[in-house]
Write a protein that binds this ligand. Structure first.
Ligand SMILES: [Zn+2]
Length: 86
């Protein structure tokens, strides 16, 4: 499914390079440029919800140094679009 959007389950960032987990459930070990979670590593001891809470508590900062955030990036809007914010 080449056109499948790869959304981060922690912060809702919709444009990951790869799915966080493949169809076998194997982690990509990619790092989300938005919240900095490394799939298969950071979430081994914490749920996505806990990681999300930590990211929100930390001020929802853009993580990646190598990739700039999208224009007009709005972390709250990102969470809302992904239905991750209540
Ligand atoms: Zn993320």
């Amino acid at each position: 499914m080449p056109n499948e959007r790869c959304m981060c389950p922690v912060c809702g960032f919709p444009d990951l390079d790869e799915l966080p987990y493949d169809s076998q459930g194997c982690a990509s070990f990619n790092i989300c440029p938005s919240c900095g979670v490394e799939f298969g590593y950071d979430n081994s001891g914490a749920s996505f919800e806990e990681l999300r809470r930590r990211w929100i508590d930390g001020g929802m900062l853009w993580f990646s140094q190598a990739n700039k955030p999208p224009r007009n990036w709005d972390p709250v809007q990102q969470l809302k679009s992904a239905a991750l914010l209540d």
